[in-house]
Design a protein. Structure first.
Length: 163
């Protein structure tokens, strides 16, 4: 099993959107039995909570399923994960600092690095939490734009992983 974990700050907005969208892409590509997708937050403020209602609304409107409970990312998880996807540069920095080994730190990547249309200055998925619904819609758009490139990378890794 190839394991991918999306990480944002509180695990109620950006990372649940990324988890739901990418899980749908994995399933549509026929990799559902080979790839496990989940999410977490760098902080534990919302542990045990469901996704933000605006996250749920945006996902449901776009036809994505979600069944989410927030949790905090733990350093011990690096041992079982193949890829850790940070939603912004702050998460990237925090996760790499948390990684127990250089090999674990190398597992951490920015989501937007998989979007061929994103420039070097556009590395972050902005946090929509303190804004209106359109920030959540923008988040979904950025995640969807990055998902095909990420899926290509995961598909290649799974092929290598299972060979």
């Amino acid at each position: 099993m190839y394991r991918v974990c999306f990480v944002c700050t509180g695990n109620i907005c950006r990372s649940p959107i990324a988890e739901s969208v990418f899980r749908a892409h994995v399933a549509a590509d026929g990799l559902g039995t080979l790839v496990e997708v989940d999410s977490a937050g760098t902080g534990g403020w919302h542990e045990g909570d469901g996704a933000d209602p605006r996250t749920i609304a945006v996902l449901e409107a776009a036809g994505y399923e979600q069944d989410h409970r927030a949790r905090r990312f733990r350093a011990s998880w690096f041992a079982r994960l193949d890829l850790v996807i940070a939603l912004d540069a702050g998460h990237l920095r925090d996760l790499r600092a948390l990684a127990p080994t250089p090999q674990d730190a190398a597992k951490v990547r920015l989501l937007r690095s998989y979007d061929p249309a994103a420039s070097a200055a556009e590395t972050d998925v902005p946090d929509p939490y303190y804004g209106p619904l359109d920030g959540f819609e923008e988040c979904l758009e950025l995640v969807e734009a990055s998902s095909p490139g990420l899926l290509d990378a995961v598909r290649a890794a799974v092929k290598e992983h299972t060979a």
